[in-house]
Design a protein around this ligand. Structure first.
Ligand SMILES: Nc1ncnc2c1ncn2[C@@H]1O[C@H](COP(=O)(O)OP(=O)(O)OP(=O)(O)O)[C@@H](O)[C@H]1O
Ligand SMILES: [Mg+2]
Length: 232
């Protein structure tokens, strides 16, 4: 479980200060699928970066499984990120000249795991995402939808508890976008916590809980049980 307690984030200072988040409190329960929505500039990515320990709040605390992330040193934060968090971004961030397999094993190698074990786990993840036959292709030879599936494989391969996806469908057509959302739903169904930033209200309603941000504040938190029950 991750708790944001009275989080504020200000970029810059004095007259150029931007209050990206103001007094945001949110409990992100284990195994839940959260969607974060709101207009451009409302603070979605800032909130994701704080949940994922890529950035620190200006004030407030982030408690992950009882541990105060805001009190950790940069080294311990990096360790926490490598172990517990998988990131998926709009622009994939694959290394274009590396193979698909090399891209997926990279974070595990950085974490110091033995290569043979990393490659087994990576091939396993790629097969699950229907990319088994692409393992030895260069990343820049794939379509957008395939690249995003590789980045999902890379995000889940080391077994993190939390998957953060910041507009993962932003560069995809509707068909590939739907496939990515379905994958995130199945990852959540396996018991992972998924936090998805999206502009697509239909996708947001597929999450368990929708968090609406406005001007850096939480405007509304909606449980989508009724919608999901109607779908089933
Ligand atoms: N590193 C930074 N330095 C200065 N200002 C920043 C920085 N990052 C974000 N901001 C500002 O903080 C506010 C929130 O930005 P954020 O990126 O969180 O919005 P967002 O909701 O993700 O928007 P989008 O939908 O366009 O991705 C914006 O006004 C933005 O300009
Ligand atoms: Mg953003």
């Amino acid at each position: 479980m991750i708790e944001l307690k009275n989080i504020s984030k200000t970029f810059g200072r004095d007259e150029s200060a931007v209050h990206a988040l103001t007094d945001v409190s949110l409990t992100i329960g284990d195994g839940k699928f959260f969607a974060v929505v709101g207009k451009s500039g409302c603070g979605k990515s800032t909130m994701m970066n704080i949940i994922g320990a890529l950035d620190k709040p200006t004030s407030g605390v982030v408690i992950a499984d009882g541990m105060d992330l805001t009190s950790l040193s940069d080294d311990h934060l990096a360790e926490y990120r490598n172990k517990h968090i998988g990131y998926i971004f709009q622009s994939f961030y694959l290394e274009p000249t590396f193979t698909v397999l090399e891209n997926v094993v990279m974070p595990m190698l950085i974490a110091g795991l033995p290569r043979a074990r990393c490659e087994r786990a990576a091939l396993d993840a790629l097969r699950k995402l229907d990319l088994g036959d692409k393992a030895h292709k260069k990343a820049n030879q794939l379509s957008g939808g395939q690249k995003q599936r590789v980045s999902i494989a890379r995000a889940v391969v080391h077994g993190p508890k939390i998957i953060l996806a910041d507009e993962p469908t932003g560069n995809l057509d509707s068909h590939n976008g739907a496939a990515v959302i379905a994958l995130l739903q199945s990852i959540a169904a396996e018991g992972k916590t998924v936090v998805l930033v999206t502009h697509n209200t239909e996708d947001a309603r597929k999450a368990d809980i929708t968090v609406e941000l406005k001007d850096g504040r939480i405007e509304r938190i909606t449980e989508n049980t009724a919608y999901r029950a109607a779908e089933e």
